[in-house]
Every structure is written in structure tokens, then in C-alpha cells.
Design a protein around this ligand. Structure first.
Ligand code: AMP
Length: 435
């Protein structure tokens, strides 16, 4: 069997640390298909991760020659960790008698749920790079995990997600139009916590813009977006051109029904059909287990939930809370176009919503009086050209009849016209939850 050089990270921060590592090295040396070539000295390193404070680690690196496939080497490492008394599945960020990380196996690249090679964070860990240097390894030339790749073609995107699915990974999809801010970042962070692989998509979708809307002027900044995606831990960014997304003969669309009526659906005819069409296409390409959308666009979230159910996409839609500026304005890519005076005036939306929620909290239950309260606050700001204020049922956002309401979400849209260009702002607030 051909052999190749492999490196393992060695660590222990529980019990007889040096003893656990020595025993693991002896067991490695006795394992079929494994030859221990050299071991670095062991060094103390303080724990830097999240979670409760932990005892210091003893760390080092061992160089092997092995005929084992990477996955068989991983299984051997897990067996040695278990033999040292580590409970499996091990709680994350807790002390462990033995921690064996497969760092490299030759120049192999692996990207499955259980194993990623080269180890994705080896170059960031001094307790790995120092022992490697001690063994004479030129760390500057060792392969690193690829940075989140920008994928442009739908076929390449689909091939990537197929590979992840074959490796047993769950995929989290975060569809965006780019010009990313902390609101998008929160979607990526939530996806990162819940999924093995995270994909952001950046696509300003012409199908969801009306003829007199701001498709051409929509803010775009791919370089900054990539940085945010990488910092938030995205594994790939799908950023196709319009021609790549929609070929010249493209002619199929998703029709949307009552969830898309009223509010945004009334102000922007055809908007939600365009959104649903592109999202369905992204679902088909990525085949995610979860897709993340912001409550900021509450009606969009309701339309997508409905479409997912109606068309039977086998995935979970995760709604994420609105991220706001310090003064309460809901973050939006279009906020950059607000003039200074409009920017100041723009907080009237959240003030109106909070005021209605305050009276609800104090016992007001009449739908029309709650709406009147929000309208009276909005009326104090002539710069806000209000398009609608509505109180809808939570979830599907069905219209509520006049009379008493037990719960609901108030939604508002207003236009501000004195900036670089006219900007429509949306906001909403649940009457029962704080946000
Ligand atoms: P967009 O790029 O505007 O299409 O937004 C992409 C996704 O990010 C949508 O699901 C939005 O609802 C969500 N999003 C946008 N702004 C915010 C925000 N301020 N807080 C949370 N999510 C947001």
C-alpha cells in the first residue's frame, strides 16, 4: 500500500496530560498502517475558545507515515480519544483527556461533515504552528483550507452543494441581494451555529424590481460583502450574473397568492412572484436543510414560508429577528441613500411601532385605536411619506378584522425623498414580543 506523510495535533487538558499523550503515541505506533516518524516537544497553551474557563492544555504535533485513508485515520484518532476516557459525542469546549486533530494527510483535500483537510484552522493556532516548525515543516508552504470561494456559475454551485450533501453535511442557505450589513451578518451567524456548511448568495434579482424601481441603482459592493461573509464564517458565496441565473429562454415563474396581497404586494405589483421565483431556484440549486430570512421583510418571510409548504420543498425556513441601528432604525442596504435630515427623521417608523406596542402592553386591544396610535406618531414627521400601516396576525400575516386583537404584528412602510435618491423604508414589530 502506498504511504503518505500525515500530521496530527496532540492535546490534553484533563488528568495525567503527558501520560494520555504518551499512551496515544504508543497506541498509534502499534496500529496497523501507521508508523510514528517524529514527535515535537509538548508545550503548555492557555485555552482561547468559547465556553467555561478551562485548565491549560499540553499540546504538540506528531508526524506519521500512513497507508490509511484520511477517514480511517480519523476513526483511529476517535478510538484513541475514547480509550483515553473521552466521552463521545464530546461536549464542545469542555476539558478532555485527549484531543487528536488530523491536520494534514499528504496533500489530500477532504470536505465532509466529519473531516475537513487540511484542518480549517491549523494556521491560526500557535500550538500547532510552533510544533510543526520544530519538526522542520515549512509552514508557509503547507496547504490551507480554501477561503470561502466565490462561485459564479449555477452548475458549479450545485456541484459544490452536491459534494457537501454526499459528505453528510447539512447546508444553511442565506439568500441576499448583497450590500451586506450586520442584519445579514446575523442570518449568517445563526446559520453557522446550526449547519455544517453555510452558503450566502448575493444576487440583485431583476425579477423582483418593477420598471420604475431601483434595480440599476441598488447598492453593490462585492468586495466588502465577501469580507463580511468570510468573517461570519460562510463556506461559499454564490454570486452569479443575471445572465448566469436566467438563460435567454428562461420563462417559468412561481405564482404567489394571498400571502402576497396587500402591503408590499400592493405597492410593488409582481415583486413577490419575482422573489419566490429566485428563491425557488436557489433552493433547487443548493438543496439546503435550512434557509434563513429576516423578519425585517416580514411579508417576504410569510410568502416564502407559504411557497415552501405549498411546493413541498424539504427544508426549514428560519426567521431571524430584526437588527437595528443604535437609534432603532432597522438596518437596510438602502439606508445609505438617506439624506442627513431624512436619516434623522427615519426613526419615526420604529417610534410609531413601539408607541403602539406600549399602549397594547398597557391593555389597549382595539385594532383601530392601535393603528391610530402609530399613525399619530408618524404624522409628527412630515418627511415620512407613509405608504401603509397595518396590523396583521402573527405568522401568515392574515388581515385582522376591526375589533379586539389578542396578538399581532404591526407593519409600516414610508418613503423619504430628500436624499441622494428616494428611499422606501420598511419596519415591523410584534405587539407581544420585545424587539
Ligand atoms: P436583502 O439583501 O435586503 O434582500 O436581505 C436579505 C435577507 O436579509 C432577507 O431575508 C432580509 O429580511 C434580511 N435582512 C435585511 N435587513 C435585515 C435586518 N436589519 N435584520 C435582520 N435581517 C435583515
Amino acid at each position: 500500500m502506498p504511504t503518505q506523510t500525515a500530521y496530527l495535533g496532540l492535546g490534553s487538558n484533563e488528568g495525567d496530560r503527558a501520560g494520555h499523550i504518551q499512551q496515544a503515541l504508543q497506541r498509534l505506533a502499534a496500529a496497523p498502517g501507521v508508523q510514528v516518524v517524529r514527535t515535537s516537544s509538548l508545550r503548555e497553551s492557555t485555552f482561547v475558545g468559547q465556553g467555561p474557563p478551562q485548565p491549560t492544555f499540553l499540546n504538540g504535533v506528531v508526524e506519521l507515515r500512513t497507508s490509511l485513508l484520511p477517514i480511517a485515520l480519523l476513526d483511529l484518532c476517535k478510538a484513541l480519544e475514547a480509550a483515553a476516557g473521552r466521552t463521545l459525542p464530546a461536549p464542545r469546549h469542555h476539558p478532555r483527556p485527549l484531543d487528536l486533530d488530523v491536520l494534514f494527510v499528504g496533500h489530500e483535500r477532504v470536505d465532509t461533515r466529519d473531516l475537513v483537510l487540511p484542518h480549517p484552522r491549523w494556521h491560526l493556532r500557535q500550538f500547532v504552528t510552533e510544533p510543526l516548525r520544530e519538526l522542520g515543516v515549512d509552514v508557509a508552504t503547507m496547504p490551507r483550507a480554501l477561503a470561502a470561494a466565490v462561485i459564479e456559475s449555477p452548475a458549479a454551485f450545485s456541484a459544490r452543494t452536491t459534494q457537501w450533501l454526499a459528505g453528510g453535511c447539512t447546508i444553511g442557505l442565506v439568500p441576499t441581494m448583497g450590500s451586506l450589513h450586520a442584519g445579514h451578518g446575523s442570518l449568517l451567524t445563526m446559520a453557522r451555529q446550526e449547519c455544517d456548511r453555510v452558503v450566502a448568495t448575493i444576487f440583485v434579482n431583476p425579477l423582483q424590481f418593477g420598471p420604475n424601481e431601483d434595480f440599476a441603482a441598488y447598492p453593490r459592493d462585492l468586495a466588502a460583502d465577501l469580507q463580511l461573509c468570510r468573517e461570519a464564517g460562510a463556506d461559499a458565496v454564490f454570486a452569479p450574473t443575471v445572465a448566469q441565473m436566467y438563460d435567454p429562454l428562461f420563462c417559468s415563474h412561481v405564482a404567489v397568492g394571498s400571502a402576497a396581497e396587500g402591503m408590499e404586494g400592493a405597492v410593488r405589483p409582481g415583486h413577490f412572484a419575482g422573489v419566490a421565483t429566485v428563491v425557488a431556484r436557489l433552493f433547487a440549486l443548493a438543496r439546503p436543510q435550512r434557509a434563513y430570512f429576516g423578519e425585517k421583510d416580514a411579508q417576504q418571510l410569510a410568502v416564502i414560508r407559504r411557497m415552501t409548504k405549498d411546493l413541498g420543498f424539504p427544508l426549514q425556513i428560519v426567521g431571524c429577528p430584526i437588527v437595528r441601528e443604535a437609534d432603532g432604525l432597522a438596518m437596510s442596504s438602502r439606508n445609505v441613500y438617506l439624506g442627513a435630515a431624512d436619516r434623522q427623521a427615519s426613526t419615526v417608523l420604529v417610534r410609531a411601532l413601539r408607541s403602539a406596542r406600549d399602549v397594547f402592553t398597557r391593555g389597549e386591544r382595539d385594532r383601530d385605536r392601535l393603528l391610530a396610535r402609530a399613525r399619530s406618531v408618524l404624522a409628527t414627521e412630515p418627511r415620512a411619506l407613509v405608504e401603509y400601516v397595518e396590523l396583521r396576525a402573527e405568522g401568515e400575516l392574515a388581515p385582522l378584522p376591526s375589533g379586539p386583537v389578542l396578538q399581532g404584528r404591526m407593519l409600516v412602510a414610508a418613503k423619504f425623498v430628500d436624499g441622494v435618491r428616494p428611499v422606501r423604508l420598511l419596519d415591523n414589530l410584534s405587539l407581544v414580543e420585545g424587539s
